[in-house]
Design a protein. Structure first.
Length: 273
């Protein structure tokens, strides 16, 4: 069988609260990599966080991160940036709704308001963990504008789901950004027209990989375009109902090693439809 390229979300797909993939998932991915299949992380996380997770899955794993804004292929990193207009719009909405708003560069996290104590440790992992050296406070719009050439994407996380839903509508109304969500409590923001799916198309073109030999795993709404772009878009058993309804293929949930189950079915069993 000719090789597949497989794209895998992290949170809710490869790892849960422990932040470590199961031995079965790690061993199964290693088995199919040894057979010549190529694997990518495809996450909303920033590069430094996605890289850490990739290392827990296997050596030299390729990466799509920051919801398609950044790619690392064979160690080479490419990134797209939010425009000054986009940053100004995000600032206005974040201030209007008093959001804990974060902006990512390749190395740092800039924040307008830190996460409230009520937000879980899992929510903190979705940003940059507990390392204080990764965080830089942004106190003025001028500071934010000065980093326009460095900031690649952004996220807001708030436990007030009614507020975050209203803010999500406002973010999506901005002309220079796209806003999606991996969980109900967040807004994941990229430059307009940039997402995991567009990154996959770029990667496949660069690698001369036919889409007929692609597969992806995800559980959140920010995975939808990715799952609909590849040949086998596989929803985790714990995926939200919108994701399940939009995908033809489903697997077991995270706790029952859904990624490993599907890899054995599709690559081990060589389903070709």
């Amino acid at each position: 069988m000719s090789p597949y390229t497989v794209f895998m979300d992290i949170d809710g797909t490869l790892v849960g609260e422990s932040q470590y993939p199961s031995k079965r998932v790690v061993d199964t991915i290693a088995k199919y990599r040894a057979q010549g299949h190529r694997f990518f992380i495809a996450s909303g996380r920033p590069l430094f966080s996605a890289s850490m997770m990739a290392d827990r899955i296997g050596p030299d794993l390729d990466i799509i991160c920051s919801n398609g804004t950044v790619t690392r292929i064979g160690g080479q990193v490419e990134a797209q940036h939010l425009s000054t207009n986009a940053l100004e719009g995000i600032w206005r909405v974040a201030k209007q709704y008093d959001l804990p708003q974060y902006f990512f560069t390749l190395e740092k996290v800039m924040y307008l308001t830190p996460l409230p104590a009520a937000v879980s440790a899992d929510g903190k992992h979705r940003i940059a963990g507990e390392d204080p050296s990764k965080y830089v406070a942004i106190e003025t719009l001028e500071q934010l504008r000065a980093n326009a050439g460095k900031i690649i994407n952004a996220i807001a996380i708030d436990p007030d789901l009614e507020k975050i839903a209203k803010a999500r509508v406002a973010m999506n109304a901005l002309p220079d950004v796209d806003a999606s969500s991996s969980y109900a409590d967040n807004i994941e923001i990229t430059a307009h027209g940039v997402n995991k799916a567009t990154a996959i198309l770029r990667v496949c073109q660069e690698l001369n990989q036919p889409l007929a030999r692609t597969m992806a795993f995800g559980d959140g709404s920010n995975d939808l375009e990715m799952l609909k772009t590849v040949h086998y878009g596989i929803a985790m058993g714990n995926a939200n109902e919108k994701v399940k309804a939009a995908t033809k293929f489903h697997t077991a949930d995270l706790e029952h090693d859904g990624v490993a189950v599907a890899l054995d079915k599709f690559l081990g069993g060589a389903a070709e439809d």
